[in-house]
Design a protein around this ligand. Structure first.
Ligand code: BDP
Length: 327
C-alpha cells in the first residue's frame, strides 16, 4: 500500500513537473515566403536551431516556408496581432504600416547595400526599429535583399521612356505605385505568388526584383530582359511580435537576439553567393541583361515620390536627410 502510494505520488510529481515545463516553454510559429535552399529559408531554419540551443529548449520555433501560411500582407498582420510569433519580412509591405520603415522604400535612397547596412546599424536603424515596434513588430536582425531591378518580356529598359505604357507589378506600397506612374508606366500591386502567372499570361508586362527572387520564382522564364536599374535597395527583417518579445525575461531576450543576429550573418553570407549564382544561372538560360548607362533621369523622375512621402510625414524629413548624409 505504502509502496503503491509513493509510486503514484512520484507519478503525480513527475506529471506536475512536466506541466510546469509545458507552461513556461514556448512553441513559436514562423512565416517565410521563400523556397527551400533560398538564403532566407536556410537562415530562418538556422535561427530555429539556434533558438532552441540558446534557450535550452525553452523556446522552439516551427518554420513554415514557401508562404504556406498565407501572403506576406496577411502574415505581417498575423505577427502584429500575435497569431504568429515570427516572420521574415521585406520592409516594403511594412512601410504603409510604419512610416519610419517606409523611408527605405524611397527609390534610390541608398547608394548601395553597404550604405544601407551602415544606416541600419546606426541611428537611422534605431528610428526605423522604434517605428516598427510601435506597430507591434520588433526587428531582431536585418537580412540582405540586394537591389531590385526591372524585368519584362519585350525589351531592355535604358531610359524612363522605355517604361511608358508598361504594366509593371509592384509590391503593395503606394511609393512603388508612384514610382512606376512617374516613369509613365501602369503599376499593378500584387502578391508575390501571383506574379509568375501574371507575367506568363500578359496580365502584367514586367516586374522588378533582385537576382535571387527573379531566379527562384522562375520569372526569368517568362520575362527575359533584366535591366540593372537597381532603383530599390530594401532591407528585410527577422521580426517578432512585440508583446511576445517584451514578455520575455532579459536572459531570454538576449538569447533570442543572439540567435537572430547569428542567423543574419548566415543569411548575408549566403546572399552574396546566391546573387552571383542566380545571375549566372539565368544568363545561361538566355536572359538578356543590360546596364543602364545613365540612371540620373530615373532618379530625377522620383522627385514627386519623395515630395509625397515628406508631405505625408513632415516629421521624417530629418530621417531622410540623415540617410542622405550618411557616407
Ligand atoms: C522578394 C522578397 C519578398 C517579397 C518579394 C516580392 O524577399 O519578401 O515578397 O520580393 O516581390 O525579394 O513580393
Amino acid at each position: 500500500m505504502y509502496q503503491k502510494l509513493s509510486k503514484s505520488l512520484i507519478g503525480a510529481v513527475a506529471a506536475l513537473t512536466m506541466l510546469g515545463t509545458a507552461a513556461t516553454a514556448a512553441d513559436w510559429r514562423g512565416w517565410n515566403i521563400h523556397v527551400d535552399g533560398y538564403p532566407n529559408t536556410v537562415a530562418m531554419d538556422k535561427f530555429a536551431e539556434l533558438l532552441a540551443e540558446k534557450t535550452n529548449g525553452e523556446i522552439t520555433l516551427q518554420m513554415f516556408h514557401g508562404g504556406t501560411l498565407g501572403s506576406q500582407l496577411d502574415a505581417i498582420e498575423q505577427v502584429r496581432l500575435g497569431g504568429l510569433e515570427i516572420g521574415n519580412f521585406n520592409l516594403g509591405p511594412i512601410g504603409p504600416i510604419a512610416a519610419e520603415a517606409n523611408v527605405v522604400s524611397l527609390p534610390f535612397i541608398f547608394k548601395d547595400v553597404p550604405h544601407m547596412f551602415r544606416v541600419l546599424n546606426g541611428e537611422g536603424g534605431e528610428k526605423i526599429a522604434e517605428g516598427m515596434a510601435a506597430k507591434g513588430l520588433v526587428p531582431l536582425a536585418w537580412y540582405d535583399a540586394g537591389a531590385r531591378s526591372f524585368y519584362n518580356g519585350t525589351k531592355p529598359i535604358n531610359v524612363p521612356e522605355d517604361v511608358t505604357g508598361m504594366k509593371v507589378r509592384v509590391m503593395n506600397n503606394d511609393l512603388y505605385s508612384g514610382m512606376i506612374s512617374e516613369l509613365g508606366g501602369n503599376p499593378s500591386p500584387m502578391a508575390f505568388a501571383e506574379v509568375y502567372q501574371s507575367l506568363k499570361t500578359g496580365v502584367v508586362d514586367g516586374a522588378e526584383n533582385n537576382w535571387p527572387s527573379y531566379e527562384s520564382t522562375g520569372h526569368f522564364e517568362v520575362a527575359g530582359f533584366y535591366s540593372l536599374s537597381q532603383h530599390l535597395i530594401i532591407p528585410e527583417c527577422l521580426c517578432i511580435n512585440a508583446d511576445v518579445y517584451n514578455g520575455l525575461s532579459d536572459d531570454m531576450k538576449a538569447a533570442v537576439k543572439e540567435a537572430a543576429m547569428e542567423s543574419a550573418t548566415v543569411q548575408q553570407e549566403l546572399w552574396a553567393a546566391r546573387e552571383m549564382s542566380s545571375r549566372e544561372m539565368v544568363e545561361k538560360a538566355g536572359v538578356v541583361t543590360n546596364e543602364i548607362a545613365n540612371k540620373v533621369p530615373f532618379q530625377e523622375a522620383m522627385v514627386p515620390v519623395y515630395a509625397a512621402y515628406l508631405e505625408a510625414n513632415p516629421n521624417l524629413r530629418p530621417l531622410v536627410e540623415l540617410i542622405q548624409s550618411t557616407d
